[in-house]
Design a protein around this ligand. Sequence first.
Ligand code: NI
Length: 180
Amino acid sequence: MAILKIIVAPDPRLKIKATPVKEVDAGIRKLMDDMLETMYAAPGIGLAATQVGVDKRVIVIDIADTKNGEKPNPLRLANPEVIWASDDTSVYEEGCLSLPQKFEEVTRPARVKIRALNEKNEQIEFEADDLLATCVQHEIDHLDGVIFVDHISRIKRDIILRKLMKEKKQGAFDPKMHAL
Ligand code: NI
């Protein structure tokens, strides 16, 4: 396994619409494992291949509260898609490993149904609510070149992206961890 470098916004690579995976083979499984290792090291609860500069529709998620004794529960998904979304919404204060230390409230459907390929190349469907619903929608957004600040007002977004640009110039992020 290997720790990958996470791209920090603003960066044109975060705006790429990722290419579907044909089959979850050994190469994709290795990517999923490397992404999980990178996510746990950060630490974070979700990561999309777009964030590590890989043009493939692959995401990993683990929302288990391991600090409070929950067992790790990693999700490895290829070609994830929302096939149903509830009309009711929920608001979460979101963050992102590509926008270090930046948090804003984002409104999204409260419940979604997801279809994806798992690490065994099997098609699966599951329903998500609460934090998992938010997380999976956030990660699928990355595969479409969308970051969470694209859901907030332009003024707030510009302030955050300008701050990140300044921080990058000042060398605020660990170059071993973050690709600048
Ligand atoms: Ni993110």
